[in-house]
Design a protein around this ligand. Structure first.
Ligand code: CUA
Length: 444
């Protein structure tokens, strides 16, 4: 910097006044950087996970360094504009200056050291976030345009009462036989304070990004690969839209959000999961009620791509796929004709193999959602009631294995009927294949 001073050719040694000026400016830059670094985090959301502090500390260091560099660059710019401005009557070119080895070494070495230090610090924080924690809970996450679904494996013991396992639905028995737990799915992420959580995440269609600003974690979901993200919540609270998709994934990317509920302790957490478990153990006997509950639970992303007025309370707002109002009529007429299937089989196929038949005017956008067989049939039973007349224009026969044997645990309190219904939906993950069917009807 000394070399930029005009007139006096520098002759090696720095003058005392120059050294003092450099020291003073350096101190001002550091103080300014610290002030900027302190002020900016005021804009952040609360720190609600054990990881948040480390991430914020690292970011704080970057802000201080970035703030000092910002002040240095802008300060030199303003200083130069004033100090080297064209004086009155001055028309010639400036003094030609070429090369300053010392300066170039300095301005290369300082950033190199900064980047090296930041790399080490970042690596430490990254490793700390990724490291498996003792006793961590595993939750499986499915991301699909445009929603999130969370699957938990829970033991029957959280119910707090005895259940006759011989009367449970066949798929639940299989589940229990595997590892002694039942898998339940919700559109909400549940956890509790100081419980480390590991999410195993899969994308069903395109790349999504799981982002929780309050936890300071973010991780992409990549089709064909399972990615993991870890965190430990520290603040019991409900976080509406606490999860956001941070990767532009299509038309309704903006609504790809989910709530988080962090309970005070494990007992409270179990209480939150109990109704979801009960809805799986004791599903409503009427398949129409069951199917409606599944679709209404928003566990499957159907609502983000289709409109279904009957379920307006569950935010069925999507316009990516065909609207489902009156889908039963179209399934029974135009779609049945176009696919040579019965209306019920057509609806089943449209959910189970979304790409099999496309409704004219709509692309092959619906992902394979892996909806369990019985849930698909329940959805078909419900969709068959979506006709202009209000009653099903065709019959939907439920497979034997999908007919619940009991509607509540013997000798104990059965789940409230309404709750069980709504919860049943949460268990499965399905997508609206029906949309396809409809489009045909509309096209014809
Ligand atoms: Cu998923 Cu954006």
């Amino acid at each position: 910097m000394a070399s930029t001073t005009p007139s006096k050719p520098s002759s090696g040694g720095l003058q005392t006044t120059t050294i003092i000026a450099v020291v003073v400016v350096g101190i001002l830059l550091i103080v300014g950087g610290i002030i900027l670094g302190q002020a900016t985090p005021l804009l952040f959301p609360q720190q609600a996970s054990a990881e948040a502090a480390q991430v914020d500390n690292l970011f704080h260091i970057m802000l201080v360094i970035g703030g000092a560099i910002f002040l240095l660059v802008q300060g030199l710019l303003v200083f130069s504009m004033w100090r080297f401005r064209a004086r009155k009557g001055e028309t010639g070119d400036g003094e030609p200056i070429h090369g300053n080895t010392t300066l170039e070494i300095v301005w290369t070495a300082i950033p190199a050291v900064i980047v090296f230090v930041l790399t080490i610090l970042s690596w430490q924080v990254f490793n700390s976030l990724q490291a498996p924690k003792p006793g961590e809970a595993s939750v499986v996450v499915a991301g699909a345009r445009f929603n999130w679904a969370f699957t938990y494996n829970v033991p029957l013991s959280i119910l707090g009462y005895e259940v006759d396992e011989t009367l449970l639905p066949p798929d639940v028995k299989d589940d229990l036989a595997d590892d002694g737990t039942v898998s339940i799915t919700s559109a909400t992420l549940y956890s509790y304070v100081n419980q480390p959580v590991a999410l195993a995440m899969d994308a069903r269609d395109v790349i999504h990004a799981f982002w929780v600003p309050a936890f300071r974690v973010k991780q992409d979901l990549i089709p064909g690969r399972t990615t993991t993200v870890r965190f430990t919540p520290t603040v019991a609270d409900t976080y509406p839209s606490g999860i956001q998709c941070a990767e532009l994934c299509g038309a309704n990317h903006g609504i790809m959000r989910a709530d988080i509920v962090v309970a005070e302790n494990e007992a409270e957490y179990n209480k939150l999961l109990t109704p979801i478990l009960e809805s799986r153990l004791f599903p409503p006997a009427d398949p129409v009620v069951r199917g409606r509950a599944i679709l209404e639970s928003n566990v499957y992303p159907c609502y983000t791509c289709h409109v279904l007025s009957d379920l307006s309370s569950a935010n069925w707002v999507g316009n990516v796929g065909p609207a489902l109002d009156g889908v039963a009529d179209r399934a029974a007429t135009s779609r049945a004709n176009a696919t040579s299937q019965t209306a019920a089989d057509y609806l089943y196929t449209a959910i189970h193999e979304p790409g099999a038949y496309l409704v004219p005017g709509y692309g092959n956008l619906m992902p394979q959602l892996g909806v369990p067989e019985c849930d698909v049939w329940a959805m078909v039973a419900y969709l068959a009631t979506q006709s202009t007349s209000g009653s099903a224009p065709f019959e939907v026969v439920q497979p034997e294995a999908c007919i619940p044997q009991v509607s509540g645990p013997p000798g104990s309190q059965p789940p409230p009927a309404g709750e069980a219904t709504a919860e049943a939906a949460a268990e499965t993950e399905v997508v609206p294949a029906e949309a396809t069917a409809e489009a045909t009807a509309e096209g014809s």
